[in-house]
Design a protein around this ligand. Sequence first.
Ligand SMILES: [Zn+2]
Length: 232
Amino acid sequence: MTRTGTGCIDLPSPNHGPRPEGVGVELLILHYTGMPTAESALTRLCEPAAQVSAHYTVDEDGTVYAHVPEDRRAWHAGLSSWRGRADVNSRSIGIEIVNPGHEFGYRPFPAAQMAAVADLCLDIMGRHGIAPADVLGHSDIAPARKEDPGELFDWPGLAARGIGLWPKVCAIDDGPFTEEEVADLLKRYGYDSACPRAQLAFQRHFQPDGMTGRADAETVRRLRALTRMTGR
Ligand SMILES: [Zn+2]
């Protein structure tokens, strides 16, 4: 384990492969580790048998570990899709954020950890020209299987620094809606709208105080705002 010039601790994982020819990095995917301790997560991300990895892990005290070079394809997203395209691993960078997760005692992400996450995200976005809207959670791209980084994650705080998008609702976003419009908005924004848990995944990210699993007027307002802001 060696400290690199960028302030990361080098903790290489063997779990990666080449990116396909001509495929660039377009998405930045944020995860929680979902393991009882940071040590158990770091061990798993680096052991060949686990067949999983991420480019980075950020510990609760803000320590950043680098596992896989950014030009390599890490194995963090699994079966997933965004804006109708699968194989997210080939065109993304993945960051694991230490938190026990819903299974082992989900808890708030400390300020030092979020500050380190923000700095790392801005670095990566700058290097690869990733747009704010293309910073997503694992649950956004795999709503049927995943809940990370979860409803306690400070997406509004990150959006204030230009990382990810937070809906800026205005009067034109009001008005009645139909189930068809909800599905259409979810799909246009990027979700797999055929997944029964897509509405819950959207709320977990963009409406954490209203996680009913069924779109309501506020959900639709925020969906309309986001599609308007991105021109999707
Ligand atoms: Zn994940």
